[in-house]
Ligand binder design. Structure first.
Ligand code: IPM
Ligand code: MN
Length: 349
């Protein structure tokens, strides 16, 4: 039995998480294990009513669970940054979820905007560092609103943080056992301190412990070009928090869009959290038209991480049977409702 903390959140979060839980329950019944879901009301809605973000006692409570299943958080009436820092990033940081794992796989019959590329060409994984870099909130504003204003935001890169991320990426490349190529995405030509550290750790660890893994380096700007031109070259890409954020939106669109892009915030030694990488989609909220496959895929990643690999594979196999039936991965254009897509996945299971 696994205890799952569920945070549906705002916008379309609850709609996609509902389908995800449906699929997870179906697969657990079939495979003979139990999932117990407990809802946590962390949301922009609650913040507007009570002023509460993620409370310390909630954080303590969450630690009793085996995994967190997260929808999306955000609210059009709340200034950007408040919910992100107060809930999502607080969860990632406080639970030390130092890896953000984002698989990029084009499923059969899913539209990609890249001409002449297919499922055989688009199949790689981004390992994004998830607790450091520009995301730490280090810095400040001085003389705000005056002509002498100064704004500083510092990228923090620790040996420990970089090393554990890079080690994870090598291990993952080894276990994945595909092209056996790990690409470091950086900016060594300009960010000569931060990526000097990344580059040295990348090569040291690779030479010493993973000689069979090919080491590849690319500047982040060039990667945005290559990812479109030759996505088939990539196997596993490791990068820092900010670059990882940016390149995984680009990666999401080449695999069919945010409707199908899944992710996991991993603490390999602790509590992990699984979330579709798209946001709250206010335009589509409450219309039963958002694509739940990203959330369903994130649920599969959660099971994989919990050690239920067979169940995870079964969900992925079912998704692969459902995507060809759908007109599009885009919200409101699927040819099915949110609920129907969830039902189709359950049926294929
Ligand atoms: C993501 C999101 C978040 C991030 C935001 C919502 C804070 O864009 O998960 O990629 O920047 O990490
Ligand atoms: Mn992002």
């Amino acid at each position: 039995m696994y205890k799952i903390a569920v945070i549906p959140g705002d916008g379309t979060g609850p709609e996609v998480i509902r389908e995800g839980c449906k699929v997870l329950s179906a697969v657990s019944n079939k495979m003979g294990f139990k999932l117990e879901f407990t809802k946590f009301d962390l949301s922009g809605e609650r913040y507007l009513k009570t002023g509460a973000l993620l409370l310390d006692e909630e954080l303590e409570e969450l630690k009793k669970y085996d995994a967190i299943y997260f929808g999306a958080i955000g609210h059009p009436d709340i200034k950007p940054g408040i919910l992100e820092r107060g809930v999502l990033l607080k969860l990632r940081f406080e639970l030390d979820q130092y890896i953000n794992l984002r698989p990029v796989k084009l499923y059969p019959n899913v539209y990609t905007p890249i001409k002449d590329k297919g499922p055989n060409d688009i199949d790689f994984v981004v390992v994004r560092e998830n607790t450091e870099g520009l995301y730490t909130g280090t810095g400040g504003i001085m003389k705000k609103g005056t002509p002498d204003e100064v704004a500083i935001q510092t990228s923090i890169n620790t040996r420990k943080g970089v090393e554990r991320c890079i080690r994870f990426a090598y291990e993952y490349t080894r276990k994945r056992d595909k092209k056996k190529r790990l690409t470091l995405c950086g900016k060594t030509n300009v960010l000569t301190y931060a990526f000097d550290l990344w580059d040295r750790v990348f090569n040291e660890i690779g030479k010493k412990y993973y000689p069979e893994i090919e080491r590849d380096y690319v500047h982040v700007d060039a990667l945005t070009l290559y990812m479109i031109e030759k996505p088939e070259f990539y196997d596993v890409i490791v990068t820092d928090n900010m670059f990882g954020d940016i390149i995984t939106d680009l990666a999401a669109i080449i695999q069919g869009g945010l409707g199908i892009a899944s992710g996991g915030n991993l603490n390999p030694e602790g509590l992990s959290m699984f979330e579709p990488i798209g946001g709250t989609a206010p335009k589509h909220t409450g219309k039963n038209e958002i694509n739940p496959l990203a959330a369903i895929g994130s649920g599969a990643m959660m099971l994989d991480f919990l050690g239920e690999e067979k169940a995870a594979k079964a969900i992925e196999a079912a998704i692969i049977k459902v995507t060809p039936k759908m007109k599009s991965m885009r919200a409101a254009e699927m040819g099915y409702t949110t609920q129907e897509v969830g039902d189709l996945v359950v049926k294929e299971l």
